[in-house]
Design a protein around this ligand. Sequence first.
Ligand SMILES: [Zn+2]
Length: 378
Amino acid sequence: VTGGSQWKSPTRAGGKALPEDTRRHNRGMVLGALFRSGPQSRADLARSTGLSRVTMSDLVADLLAEGLVEELGRPEDQTIGKPATLVGIVPDARHILCLDLSDEEHFQGAIVDLAGKIVERRTVRRRARTGGAAAALVVGLAQDLLAASDRPVLGVGIGSPGVVDDEGTVVEAARLRWHDERLGADLAQRLPVPVHVTNDANAAALGEYTFGGATGKSMILVKIGQGVGAGLLIDGQLFLGDRFAAGEIGHVVLDERGDPCTCGRRGCLETAVAAPRLRERLDGSAAKTRTAILRAAGTKLGLALATIVSALNLHEVVLSAPSDLSSEAFRAAAYDAIRRRTMPAVGDHVDLRYGALGEDDVLLGAAVLVLSSELGVQ
Ligand SMILES: [Zn+2]
């Protein structure tokens, strides 16, 4: 493996990477460089990936033949030497079908191109459907998106609430009454394209990392919606934990005498900051009281995050919340609480901000999931 990246070869008997693994890895590096930095010459790509120029020419020839990249002519600013042809991703070479199941009222769908642009949207009302009926709604939405796409489809990506395992089974999503719901496998049987499912906060973290404003290789994204969950990226890789439940911070009890929670306990983080609870408290309050309510909630979140941020020495902490709840008072209070409760070596470097993608972060993260799973994009 060249390039010194974080890639780990798939486990094989004897632990050796096969030639096709290496090739897939190299391909992923090239595509990753083009996704992140835009069109480049083959020589620049060889330099930034650490691959030889011969290997790079072969890889680019394959990608050209597949129609994933195109030659874009020569850079205008080059005046000396033999001009190099630029190579860039063809945005509409493939479509990705993306679903966001995190909203209480609707399941959101979108067709996303390879540049991360949403080219079409579809929404279905959930009408309180749960269990098999909710799963059927997901299938219908995915089929609808597939019919609406006029390009080869790379795959379906889904961000679902709850704990999702590595086979796309929703182990537990209480609100949708899904228990071991084989969402990924069932959908893959009904559609002629690959399907990938992850937790909604994990998807949002992937979206922010690839298409948003991430500056480093590690981050935690806290998604505030019906519940509260977090997505963790460590060294550029999604961290799922031993039982796929990493980031499930919503039912950490902050105050055993606090408000009753849906889980049966009291004072969970969710009772302080989940969107429905916050809206309930804000409803009808005067502006001054609103600020105080948002500050109090932000402080609770900061308390819950201080230990995580310290344990992992995270610099980037990203908040994802509905637009009506994305207030500076909330953010600032959470930041202050983290600073007060961590040592300077950790707290001085924390950057706490709202995500750059707004409410499309789960959809775009679902696209990243497909890009990395199907094209090996790193
Ligand atoms: Zn709880």
